[in-house]
Design a protein around this ligand. Structure first.
Ligand code: SF4
Length: 194
């Protein structure tokens, strides 16, 4: 699993780290050099060490950095997206804006195709929401695939499932960029990450 993602984003080029560390902005020439080489350009080794505490002088570039291809879309693609994976929820808050909270979403094949489409469209920051996303039967698999495809993941959740071993193991393996939610009675915001 990569530790860093290098990607085009809204006309610029960035290196970001899943888990929420601040990113590095790169000149396009350096991004292109990174894309074409098996070794880290020497002028990037110091900034990466300082920003992420990773010494690319000692490591294989491709083992550490996942390089995202530019989107082929004429507009340059989409940097961010929000995905309602399932509109069902295990709570029934008075203030909820969802009416029926139907427990339905795409089958797994559709979810995987949607994630690959978003990757190809250039999505770097993906919010997965619902309903309550963590109760979707494919949540763990979908979150893992999105992480492997090189997306920074933001989960909007009521936090009711965050203690479950399957979620703790998932977030340990693929650290989220951000977790946000609201409690059932007050609508208070809970936020973890940057
Ligand atoms: S947790 Fe969110 S989605 Fe679920 S009922 Fe409450 S407000 Fe609606």
């Amino acid at each position: 699993m990569h530790q860093l993602i290098a990607a085009p984003f809204f006309g610029g080029h960035f290196i970001v780290k899943p888990g929420g560390k601040p990113g590095l902005r790169l000149p396009s020439t350096l991004f292109n050099e990174l894309a074409q080489s098996d070794r880290c350009p020497p002028e990037l080794i110091g900034p990466i060490k300082t920003a992420f505490d990773i010494d690319l002088d000692q490591l294989q570039l491709r083992d550490v950095i996942l390089l995202r291809a530019p989107s082929p879309l004429p507009s340059g693609g989409f940097g961010r997206a929000s995905w309602e994976i399932n509109l069902g929820c295990n709570w029934d808050c008075e203030h909820c804006y969802l009416a029926l909270k139907k427990f339905e979403g795409l089958p797994w094949e559709g979810k995987a195709k949607l994630l690959e489409t978003m990757r190809d469209a250039g999505v770097l920051f993906l919010q997965i929401t619902g309903g309550e996303p963590t109760i979707d039967p494919d949540f763990v698999q979908a979150y893992g695939l999105a992480a492997e495809l090189g997306m920074m993941l933001h989960i909007s959740t009521n936090a009711s499932q965050l203690h479950q071993p399957r979620i703790l193991e998932l977030f340990d393996r693929y650290p989220p960029w951000r977790i946000m939610g609201a409690d059932d009675a007050q609508g208070d915001r809970i936020e973890v990450g940057s």
